[in-house]
Design a protein around this ligand. Structure first.
Ligand code: NDP
Length: 484
């Protein structure tokens, strides 16, 4: 058997062995066979990475860098990702299990993030403030310092870079801990930062378990800002750890996102949007449109077509050309998803499509779950309330707008919502009433580097993307000068 690629930690511009000397295997979720070995970083390695990031932050090579040059470095990183596009997309596709087409979309998003934030690096500015007397008062926006980033496994590179790009644009340094299941694209990113000339220590990548390395990062007194994307439970733990050092946090957590389909919608488009919103990335998305509310007058026909389309989706390894939906990321995630399907059935919901593990001969070694749609779902059922993070869609019907909006909002989450209608009045009125940080009208799901990725209630704290994300990675200093 060919030897597996073996990766070290990237700290202070060097590839170093983990303090504990241990490595763990990374698996291909389509086969559960190992594809690489990565270093199992510990608290000690996090300490070394934070120290390297601090030194790099204090070093005039980075601290004193002309912001336009910093912008050019970010742009060069975006360009390097463009140049390695196919390669990075293949890494991401195989490691997460997502279809290559989707992985390419993710990687394209990553270079657009760097290009967008490259342009902002020299536009971070303060104010002059009118004050009484013969005084000059102004504010300066400084970088906060060392920023910690903990990324999840569903969009490993995109969600890591969503925090890293604005943090770097504002002049900070970075310690990234990727998810243990999907660390490979972050390691490639580290290589590219070195290639394009980021000074040593500006970007550090420490692979390792969340319970040790991740926790050590969130609990480190010399980390000036923590950015986390993942489960709401872990997000709360990160917040508690960061609170011990009064470290600001940005959290992007779970979702149980509603899509509302009105009878005047372009139904073919709605059908595709609902399908894609539920089963893209095998449903493993914080923004999965995992609850669909269909007007009773079109319910039967719409759900029949939806179930047909779901039943025809081609499952397979991400790297296979014809694959429309890949495996879920791990055996344990597969068990969680199947557990929810069982719970839904026991609680009385009806399976309209899927409902099982996919057990075709070429899929049986991987973690394949059929795209599943439940009808007859009661709002109190677990499948209706909890984030499943797999290819499971719950379908409901409604008779009037008030009922749809109330049902859509009846969740502790508030990340994204979809509205399908051709009526401008309905679209905007419903958007205004939805308790969601993002509302997509007549397509789903969509976001851009320049628009806020925002969540209400338990879905997020703060928001990422857009200009505000750069400001999040700055601190405001006020200077008052007495001119007498
Ligand atoms: P987690 O939230 O536990 O993991 C996300 C990241 O946090 C990973 O890098 C993980 O490391 C790290 N981490 C885990 N525990 C800690 C800790 N105590 N301190 C610091 N960092 C930590 O998600 P899971 O991977 O366990 O997935 C569980 C569920 O979370 C999913 O089923 C899904 O419902 C939800 N989820 C939501 C996401 C979203 O985008 N909203 C993304 C991913 C998951 P490691 O990988 O080593 O455990």
């Amino acid at each position: 058997m060919a030897e597996l690629p073996r990766h070290s930690l990237y700290i202070g511009g060097k590839w170093v062995e983990p303090a504990g000397g241990e490595h763990t295997q990374v698996l291909d979720p389509a086969t559960n066979r190992p594809i690489a070995e990565v270093a199992s970083g510990s608290k000690e390695d996090i300490r070394a990475a934070v120290e390297a990031a601090r030194q790099a932050f204090e070093n005039p090579e980075w601290r004193g860098m002309d912001p336009s040059k910093r912008g050019r470095l970010l742009y060069a990183l975006g360009q390097a990702i463009r140049d390695s596009f196919e390669d990075v997309a293949r890494i991401e596709s195989q490691n997460v299990g997502k279809p290559l087409r989707e992985a390419k979309g993710d990687v394209a998003y990553v270079y657009k993030l760097f290009e967008y934030y490259a342009g902002l690096a020299d536009k971070i500015q303060g104010d002059t403030i009118p004050v009484p007397g013969n005084r000059l008062d102004y504010t300066v926006r400084e970088p906060v310092g060392v920023t910690g980033h903990i990324a999840p496994w569903n969009y490993p590179l995109t969600l890591a870079c969503r925090g890293i790009a604005p943090a770097l644009a504002a002049g900070n340094t970075v310690v990234l801990k990727p998810a243990s299941l999907t660390p490979l694209s972050a390691l490639r990113l580290a290589e590219l930062t070195a290639k394009v000339g980021f000074p040593p220590g500006v970007v550090n990548v420490v692979t390792g378990p969340g319970s040790t390395a991740g926790q050590a990062l969130a609990d480190h007194p010399d980390v000036d800002s923590m950015t986390f994307t993942g489960s709401t439970e872990t997000g709360k733990q990160i917040m508690t750890l960061a609170a011990r050092h009064v470290t600001p946090v940005a959290l992007e957590l779970g979702g149980k996102n509603p899509q509302i389909v009105f009878p005047d919608a372009k139904l073919d488009r709605a059908l595709k949007g609902v399908l894609f919103g539920a089963f893209q990335n095998a449903g493993q998305m914080c923004w999965a449109g995992s609850r669909v509310y269909v007007h009773e007058s079109i319910r039967e026909d719409f759900l029949r077509k939806l179930a047909d389309a779901a039943g025809k989706m081609k499952l397979g390894p991400g790297l296979k050309e014809e694959t429309q939906m890949g495996p879920v990321v791990s055996r344990s995630q597969e068990e969680t998803v199947l557990g929810y399907i069982e719970a839904g059935t026991k609680e009385g919901a009806t399976i309209l499509a899927g409902g099982k593990r996919a057990d075709a001969a070429d899929l049986k070694d991987g973690n394949f779950v059929q795209p599943t749609i439940f009808g007859d779902v009661d709002a109190g059922m677990r499948i209706a309330r909890e984030e499943i993070f797999g290819p499971v869609l719950c379908a409901f019907d409604f008779t009037d707008v008030d009922e749809a909006v109330a049902a859509a909002n009846a969740t502790p989450y508030g990340l994204m919502a979809g509205v399908w209608t051709q009526s401008l009045q309905t679209a905007h009125r419903v958007a205004a009433r939805l308790e969601a940080g993002m509302v997509n009208i007549n397509e789903y799901p969509i976001t851009f580097p320049q628009t806020p990725f925002s969540g209400f209630k338990e879905s997020a704290l703060g928001h990422e993307q857009g200009i505000d994300a750069v400001l999040h990675y700055t601190r405001v200093k006020n200077v008052t000068v007495n001119l007498d």
